[in-house]
Design a protein around this ligand. Structure first.
Ligand SMILES: Cc1ncc(COP(=O)(O)O)c(C=O)c1O
Length: 348
């Protein structure tokens, strides 16, 4: 089976497994796990923030960030397709007591003209907007990399009103490659950032939340509250260190593999896929023009040995990653293209 459902299916590399075996550990709740401490220090430096905390999942990292930045009854501004709003089971409201205000832009980045009126409102009469969230790369918007210009414009208006910006950077190293910038340049546009070690970087578990030392002190309390303080977590953090030291540069290979799929699909005019607009490792295919629902299309591919995920009634998502080779991606492209020809009633 060629599994293109997600980059989360990647397995830890041999080097990670060896590092896990040899990891020095201690009780991280006492701050005594040397491998977790090393990962947090290296991650903070790598991303250009004062401090960082290791969390079990990206979802917990985002939730801890919301808890550390906001008070109950506040509003947070988010894109309507972002992971925090779309997938995180209402954590912002159930744990933080905050409500979302939804922005909707093609880039997924809330725009100053939309944000500023909320920040200007009279706090005696309206709930306070205490956080703005942005996602880069943007998963549900096709793995797009949000430009530094858009992020800087957002940051500028947020700073003027003393409102923090949090980045869900689950795939921020993919964004850095797509934009041709250092990951620190992206992180510099936000007050806090979460990124995942467990997706394209192949660690089995774990994400990082980074920001100022004060913010991270509050986030550590939030992590505890959410049940995310672990004990001898160094066995996991050891793989995270390998991920961060050795796996970020190779993400360009995943982007090149996504181009193989995109170029194949671009042959079909009705699918309207432009490879130049595929920034990273995610290709979303609209099955509507094929007269087929996405679950049916996914089932058809599965029967021929290719797994994809369903992203909407007519949206199928293909994600390239470390554990599928270029030749498997070519094979998957050919299987998908033959299926598309059949749907369109054409002979390949
Ligand atoms: C953009 C984005 N943010 C956050 C997450 C959450 O990460 P986790 O699955 O580790 O909770 C994901 C997971 O797929 C994601 O794609």
């Amino acid at each position: 089976m060629i599994d293109l459902r997600s980059d989360t299916v990647t397995k830890p590399t041999t080097k990670m497994r060896e590092a896990m075996f040899h990891a020095e550990v201690g009780d991280d709740c006492y701050g005594e796990d040397p491998t977790v401490n090393a990962l947090e220090a290296y991650a903070a430096e790598r991303i250009g923030k004062e401090a960082a905390v290791y969390v079990p999942t990206g979802t917990m990292g985002n939730t801890a960030a919301i808890l550390a930045h906001t008070q109950p009854a506040d509003l947070i501004l988010v894109d309507k397709e972002c992971h925090i709003y779309y997938y995180e089971h209402g954590n912002m409201s159930s744990f933080g007591g905050v409500m979302p205000v939804l922005s909707d832009t093609a880039s997924g980045c809330p725009e100053p003209a939309f944000i500023e009126p909320y920040l200007q409102r009279d706090p005696r009469r309206f709930p306070r907007v205490s956080l703005i969230c942005v996602e880069n790369t943007h998963n549900r918007r096709g793995g797009q990399a949000v430009s530094l210009e858009s992020m800087a414009a957002l940051h500028e208006v947020a700073c003027r009103y003393d409102t923090p910006v949090h980045l869900d950077g689950a795939r921020v190293f993919n964004a850095a490659h797509a934009l041709g910038v250092d990951v620190r340049d992206i992180a510099a546009q936000v007050d806090s950032i979460m990124f995942c070690l467990s997706k394209g970087l192949c660690a089995p578990v774990g994400s990082i939340l980074a920001g100022s030392a004060d913010f991270i002190a509050r986030a550590r309390r939030a992590r505890k509250q959410l049940g995310g303080s672990m004990r001898q977590a160094g066995v996991l953090a050891a793989a995270g260190l390998v991920a961060l030291r050795e796996m970020t540069e190779r993400l360009v290979e995943d982007h090149a593999k996504a181009q193989i799929l995109a170029q194949g699909f671009a042959e079909f005019e009705s699918l309207a896929i432009d490879p130049e607009r595929i920034d990273t490792n995610i290709v979303i295919l609209d099955t509507g023009p094929l007269g087929m629902a996405a679950p049916e299309f996914a089932q058809m591919l599965q029967k021929e040995g290719v797994q994809v995920s369903i992203y909407g009634p007519t949206m199928a998502r293909f994600v390239t990653h470390h554990d599928v080779s270029e030749s498997e991606v070519i094979q998957a492209r050919d299987i998908a293209c033959r299926a598309i020809h059949r749907c369109l009633g054409e002979n390949p």
